[in-house]
Design a protein around this ligand. Sequence first.
Ligand code: 13P
Ligand code: SF4
Length: 373
Amino acid sequence: MSSDTLLAFDYPQQDSAGLTCTAQAWAKTPPHLEGTDKAAVIARIKQLLLEKDVALVAHYYVDGDIQDLALETGGMVADSLEMARFGKSHPAKNLIVAGVRFMGETAKILSPEKRVFMPDLDATCSLDLGCDASDFAKFRAAHPDRVVVVYANTSAAVKAQADWMVTSSCALAIVHQLNLAGKKILWAPDRHLGRYIQEQTGADMLLWNGACIVHDEFKAVELDLLMAQYPNAMVLVHPESPQAVVDLADVVGSTSAMIKAVVEGSATEYIVATDKGILHRMQQLAPHKKLIEAPTAGNSATCKSCAHCPWMAMNGLQGILDCLENASGEIFVDEPIRVAALSCIERMLDFTKNHPDLLAKAQHGFVKNIGAA
Ligand code: 13P
Ligand code: SF4
């Protein structure tokens, strides 16, 4: 990689009292229901989902009970790309999106005729928080020659300024094609994913300086020690992780790519470097495989940095019931912003639908030590 093709835009990140402060999110983590209370809430949710024509869509990082409920009621548990696709194509009149804010907004942008609800509207994302729409407009205006590619983890107001939206499962394939077409890229907001894609594609990319507070916590030194303990384990890393961690991976990929790697892989042990919420679905799909959480710096200090997103953790059964009983947590997106944001999302959905071959090929790029690169 030549250093002059990878430029970082030095966006100031606030400290723990500012943009990435998670104390408020942890304080709102709902109580975990047990026994008959839990059974009663689940039964009522099931009844109301049917009665009110609502589909429940959940991300792999939310509580396992919510993931199970989504599957049991004909909804979906998925990565952010499949959540968007499912929400758009499902015939239900209403959606409940259990995940973080940008996922609910994407569903609403794609399906304005549906009412979209979230268990807690304060569930956000450090990447979204760290990419203010008006600052982003200045960044974009300073580089009018670049194609604007934004990660799904951004606000509708940022997407409204983009040419392309991508998720971690299609970013590599899309940027690869843009690079082949001779385009220079302006990328936001995740600097680690941007760096990884730049390395893989050789594209000329100017990067926003954002990070995911969960994946940024994985430590290569600790991972190296764990790998020595489990020498036969396959190492799976989400590309929002720092370069030194990505460099140790056998598989670098989106949440769905990591699940696929476990289900299809020949190894019996897997070290998983992403939000630990994913282990629930992964273990269901691969019950005989041993799954090991990758270490963060916080493992020996505080469980609050143990690879679980504080905003994903805000999704609870009671919040889902409130959506259904009280129409709480409804997502609204201003119509001019929605219309402006729609085209970059549709461009991604069209690309992923029309080019499964390119997606599969790019996935081989993610899978470093298996198959063709
Ligand atoms: P996926 O697109 O892989 O689901 O990731 C979303 C996310 O927020 C990862 O932290
Ligand atoms: Fe955002 Fe990271 Fe949470 Fe994903 S895990 S929603 S990128 S803060």
